[in-house]
Design a protein around this ligand. Sequence first.
Ligand SMILES: Nc1ncnc2c1ncn2[C@@H]1O[C@H](COP(=O)(O)OP(=O)(O)OP(=O)(O)O)[C@@H](O)[C@H]1O
Length: 238
Amino acid sequence: MSTLLKATDIVSGYLNRPVLHGVSLELAAGEVLAFIGPNGHGKTTLLRTLSGFVPFRSGEFEFDGQRLEKASVHDRVGAGLVHVPQGDQLFAEMSVEENLLMGSYLLRDGGEINRRLDQVFTLFPKLKDRRGQMANGLSGGERRMVGIGRGLMADAKLLMLDEPSLGLAPLLIEQIYEALGALRAEGRSFLVVEENPSRLLNFADRFSLMDAGHIVWSGNAQEARASSNILKTYLGGH
Ligand SMILES: Nc1ncnc2c1ncn2[C@@H]1O[C@H](COP(=O)(O)OP(=O)(O)OP(=O)(O)O)[C@@H](O)[C@H]1O
């Protein structure tokens, strides 16, 4: 498999507060890499650094053959690197459809936009029924679907998902992961962050455990299951 993303020794943070202290990761096309671990240890900061919202202080970042550590957010989206942020961050006074269309703002081809919209509605039929509804009237699960759908509208080569299960009831989490599994089966690549990673054991190919801005453990799902310390501390003993 070809390498889609390679980042080496990322150091980044906020003002005088470094958060990531030399994080390296590599992801092949079609692969799902998960970052797990307790809150406040840099998982969100990693996604924000890769997507360009937090600058690299040092380190290198190559995505789909392009060096991107100094690129704008806009150029990274254009390269196919799309961030689905924690808490959805929808435009509250805009409809479901308008929110989705914001994801394809770089595209001018109306036919292609409609094709992607149809794909999102096939994946999340509920959104088709709600397409004219304002985002502020949606349920938590519907909001999450719009957030992911907006990422798909950008035709992401890599979707970076920040806590897709956050705040959802177990049944909805299952539905969301079922949809993500369908996208994965089509060959999409994901970088996913979850505090509680039990849902990811059937979704992610590899896991990296982040602690205080360092990767302290990496392995595949089988190794995660086999590692009693990891299971006890981070996977809730499943
Ligand atoms: N905008 C910000 N300004 C200053 N410090 C921040 C900012 N955002 C996050 N931090 C700090 O950076 C550290 C890492 O936070 P980060 O959000 O990356 O962790 P996380 O593992 O993703 O947890 P969470 O899921 O709660 O976001 C924390 O100590 C946090 O307080």
